[in-house]
Design a protein around this ligand. Structure first.
Ligand code: SF4
Length: 320
């Protein structure tokens, strides 16, 4: 744990497997551990299929887990009583990647945002409407939008409705699952800035899932890099971006365009070979071995253990 910070979420040896057939198991998340401190944003990055969204879904209990433990405020989330479950549903929210499919097309905006308020508060109807109006204003919409259906909005507006729905119950922790990847570039910065502002004003904690490392750099205090169901590197953003250690992180970072032509000329780009391999029955060695230009014989035989460096920086690679 970093000094002086309170742990809000703690994940110990989390595994989430899906049985594909009698002989095949898809190991979407395979033995990962990390912590999220109160008030911070942790970026969770990696290519499609690396297990980042499955991790997010386990954290909000949208998936059962195969094994491991997830603690929220020191209590294991799969051992909750009925009352604790209800509190968890209020305290932990999710903003989904696709604003088109995450909103019920048969519900008005008032019902979408008001649903959680009705469940988790004792507000009377008039107070509930006032609260919905306030939330719409906060996300840049207005009260005239209340009686409309989600298909009447643009992608950016729908994501604003999704954010208002998440905020409606005054949560403590929000899993943002690629919340801007389906949006136009012009809208992405607005949504990111809005999330940052709400975090400051409401003391929110975010897990921000993305494949775009430049976005994660802008919003995250710490970054976790996943590859094929495992965590390969994690650390404070400034450390990880200045001094990436794992070959996969180096490759991901080298693919970010640099605006300064002098820096761009001096830095060499690492091109990742091939696609991310299948997570079905993965071999018990370094999962990055087939794409790594630094691979040694041991990398094909043994799984690298996680080594710890300064400031909570960790790396799982045989080079260290
Ligand atoms: Fe590359 Fe070996 Fe490190 Fe894996 S363990 S990333 S193959 S050097």
């Amino acid at each position: 744990m970093l000094m002086g910070k309170k742990t809000l979420v703690k994940v110990n040896n989390l595994k989430k497997y899906f049985k594909v057939s009698s002989t095949e198991t898809l190991k979407a998340v395979d033995d990962i551990s990390f912590e999220i401190f109160e008030g911070e944003t942790v970026g969770l990055v990696g290519e499609s299929g690396c297990g980042k969204s499955t991790t997010g879904r386990c954290l909000v209990k949208l998936h059962d887990i195969t094994s491991g433990e997830i603690y929220f405020e020191d209590k294991e989330i799969f051992s909750y009583s009925r009352k604790e479950k209800l509190n968890f549903c209020k305290d932990v929210q999710m903003i989904f990647q696709n604003p088109y499919s995450s909103l019920n097309p048969r519900m008005t905006v008032r019902d979408i945002i008001g649903e959680g308020i009705g469940l988790h508060s004792k507000l009377k109807e008039k107070e509930k409407i006032n609260r919905i109006e306030e939330l719409l204003k906060m996300v840049g919409l207005n009260k005239e939008h209340m009686s409309r259906f989600s298909h009447e909005f643009s992608g950016g507006q729908r994501q604003r409705i999704g954010i208002a729905r998440a905020l409606s119950v005054n949560p403590k922790f929000i899993v943002c699952d690629e919340p801007i990847s389906a949006l136009d570039v012009s809208i992405q910065a607005q949504v990111i800035n809005m999330l940052k502002k709400f975090q400051e004003n409401m003391n929110l904690t975010y897990l921000f899932i993305a494949h775009d490392l430049s976005v994660v750099k802008y919003i995250s205090d710490r970054v976790i890099v996943m590859y094929l169901g495992t965590i390969v590197e994690q650390g404070k953003s400034e450390d990880l971006y200045k001094n990436p250690m794992h070959p996969y992180t180096k490759a991901l970072l080298s693919s970010i365009p640099v605006a300064d032509p002098n820096i761009s000329r001096n830095s060499s780009r690492i091109i990742l070979k091939g696609e991310i391999p299948s997570p079905i029955n993965p071999k018990d060695c370094c999962r990055f071995v087939e794409r790594c230009c630094f691979a040694k014989p041991i990398c094909k035989k043994e799984k690298p253990i996680t080594k710890h460096f300064e400031n909570g920086h960790t790396v799982a690679c045989h080079l260290y």
